[in-house]
Design a protein around this ligand. Sequence first.
Ligand code: 13P
Ligand code: 13P
Ligand code: MG
Ligand code: MG
Length: 366
Amino acid sequence: MSSKITLSVIKADVGGYVGHSAMHEALLAEARTCLDAAKSRLLIDFHVTGCGDDLELIMTHDKGVDNSEIHGLAWKVFENCTAKARELKLYGAGQDLLADAFSGNVRGMGPGVAEMEFEERTAEPIVIFMADKTSAGAWNLPLYKMFADPFNTAGLIIAPTMHDGFRFEVHDVKGHKRIFFDCPEESYDLLVFIGASGRYVIKAVYAKDGEIAAVSSTERLALIAGKYVGKDDPVCVVRSQGKFPAVGEVLEPFTMPHIVEGWMRGSHYGPLLPVPFHHSGPTRFDGPPRVIAAGFQLANGSLVGPRDMFDDPAFDRVRERTNDLAEQLRRHGPFEPHRLPMEEMEYTTLPQVMDKLKERWEKLPG
Ligand code: 13P
Ligand code: 13P
Ligand code: MG
Ligand code: MG
């Protein structure tokens, strides 16, 4: 048996209460019951929570990443919770379960997955970010700031343990390829790609000795389904302290409400709002997109926590600024840059309207 532990965060939207705004307590209870029943057989520990209408399964075990028993367990939980959602006629029951039956691994079946395996340190602080109403790629900017921007992370300059910088694994989610960049050496090359966060998504970050520092879910639902079914609502796990950024450096990027895609019908740009757990359910125009941060200390795989990391008045001004930005974008109504550009729209009436009006378009004179 490996002395390493694996942290798996697997999430899916299996039904919303009310509409796409939040998670019903019965689903959380069902998920906890299922994981509790499997714990002695498969898990060291688990924590179940929701972010907006997304069900988040946080699990520790010793089976490594991409393990079929762990993925099968998560799938089973999502199926049982979907049944519960159907009973209550919740909105979009089973929304993210894109396959009829489990086939070894939940990747490509709809759920989002962020997993890492590592040797637990003497103290192992972890922050798990969970978002609703946004896309995979929403972590690009904050991960860059955490691990490559000295104006965010003082440790890159003043901590001998971090001064060598970090390595970024970037996935081209449309081309199905990946590439690694060393920072700070290749930070300009890295930024060329990750600035286009709809296509190039930071999957993981490593210390220069190869140790895993962060991992995110990169599943793009629309690419898997070939149509809009809901937003990806990604998760991201970050190890902290020691040779990784301090907890405050991990949280600091969220003081800049950066603009992400998602919000209403997955088809609008809006600022990412950092909120405490009890505010994770978006309502205004189905948003604005939001993020919660759950802090844990690991103790031999046990999840000691969570601490609600954005439940701090120091983030109040950020939230105010985010709401101002949200208001400014909202006033644009159906105009870009609030609405996504045509080619990025998750769904659109354009083909039908084009078809209806095709006879009425006239050639410009001259
Ligand atoms: P439906 O197409 O399932 O109604 O979903 C629309 C939507 O997601 C708007 O919130
Ligand atoms: P979710 O991706 O959170 O289900 O939201 C879908 C949506 O269309 C909201 O307007
Ligand atoms: Mg939903
Ligand atoms: Mg959601």
